[in-house]
Design a protein around this ligand. Structure first.
Ligand SMILES: CC(C)(COP(=O)(O)OP(=O)(O)OC[C@H]1O[C@@H](n2cnc3c(N)ncnc32)[C@H](O)[C@@H]1OP(=O)(O)O)[C@@H](O)C(=O)NCCC(=O)NCCS
Length: 174
């Protein structure tokens, strides 16, 4: 279980080097070869929808969300979700998933896509897309291409290439 001396907050630009170190510890240098990385390098992640957990002031877990388009539909791409290896199994991953999906829904996003293990992500509403329905800029096991539908019918309607898009937000939005 997560302990009381942890804080979950949205990411700040200054957190970047600490989160990169977590990614390196969890994935090693091979992370950059993944199709999901290709999507994330097309556009910056949205700091206001990306969250981290600090334990005694040290970042131990992180999840990021990148705005995407699939055809004309706008949504979010979740990942990486990463937990400091010695802190795995303490509930930090699940807590960040709940926070990120709730924030996406609150922002009005109609869907969230990720590449990951269905048994872990299913409790947060993620289901497989139909094989070939959505295409990433690189090979992906179709069993790992998952979508959480936040507006009725949004997942069924998706078709085409996933592309990262830069955020254009009006001044009154947070
Ligand atoms: C996958 C990961 C994010 C999970 O975070 P975590 O904080 O360790 O997980 P939690 O403590 O929230 O949840 C633990 C539960 O999830 C299960 N679980 C962990 N990884 C799983 C996986 N890949 N598939 C299915 N279940 C998994 C555990 O068995 C445990 O089950 P239980 O609650 O029934 O005991 C973390 O292990 C990690 O950083 N892994 C390396 C990076 C990675 O693979 N990220 C995901 C792809 S982007």
């Amino acid at each position: 279980m997560t302990s009381d001396n942890n804080v979950t907050r949205s990411e700040h630009a200054s957190d970047q080097p600490h989160i990169e170190a977590l990614h390196h510890a969890a994935f090693g240098p091979g992370a950059r070869a993944r199709a999901a990385f290709r999507v994330r390098e097309q556009a910056p992640h949205d700091l206001s929808l990306s969250f981290l957990t600090e334990l005694d002031g040290v970042i131990v877990a992180s999840v990021r969300m990148t705005p995407i388009r699939v055809g004309a539909a706008r949504g979010l791409f979740l990942g990486p979700l990463v937990v400091d290896p010695p802190r795995k199994g303490c509930g930090y991953g699940k807590a960040l998933m709940r926070r990120a999906v709730a924030a996406a829904a609150q922002r009005g996003s109609s869907f969230v896509i990720l590449v990951g293990d269905e048994p872990y992500y299913a409790p947060f509403g993620f289901k497989r897309l139909r094989p070939g329905q959505v295409v990433l800029p690189g090979p992906v096991d179709p069993a790992r291409l998952l979508c959480a539908e936040l507006a009725p019918g949004a997942a069924l309607a998706l078709a085409g290439m996933v592309r990262g898009v830069s955020i254009v937000r009006s001044p009154h939005e947070v």
